[in-house]
Design a binder for this molecule. Structure first.
Ligand code: ZN
Length: 136
């Protein structure tokens, strides 16, 4: 083994020792357990608020505010009155959005904005806003 090969082996050994260690159960000893339940971090709410603003601006609709919404995270597909196979998002007037995953957010925000601006959530999806892509 030449010098450069030995040098590379030493660097690899150092790298593996420094970065390759896995946490052990003992490292968690003394930690207080987290509370039982399902939680999201604040970045999801931040994303939803920012994206709400982008969709609202893109729509040209002026009434309706993110802070007025009640957003409920649901299973990816949940029972709803609209589709026999379930929904991945649902707007329930006057201000509830049930969300199966964040990809449904824009669509449900449009239902909400239409409701507060026109009095109809357009459950038949006749508005062109449902086919418009709003850039981030
Ligand atoms: Zn819809």
């Amino acid at each position: 083994m030449g010098f450069s090969a030995r040098l590379a082996a030493v660097f690899c050994a150092i790298f593996l020792v420094g970065c390759g260690q896995l946490p052990t159960e003992q490292q968690g000893a003394g930690q207080r357990p987290g509370p039982a339940g399902v939680y999201t971090d604040t970045t999801l709410a931040e994303y939803l608020e920012v994206r709400f603003g982008q969709v609202k601006t893109c729509s040209g609709l002026t009434e309706g505010h993110f802070q007025e919404l009640s957003v409920v995270m649901m299973a990816p597909v949940f029972t709803c009155p609209w589709y026999a196979d379930g929904c991945d998002g649902e707007f329930v007037p006057p201000n509830i959005i049930k969300l199966g995953h964040p990809y449904s957010w824009d669509h449900e925000v449009i239902h909400y904005l239409l409701f507060v601006n026109t009095g109809s959530a357009d459950s038949g999806h006749s508005s062109e806003l449902f086919t418009r892509f709003c850039p981030s």
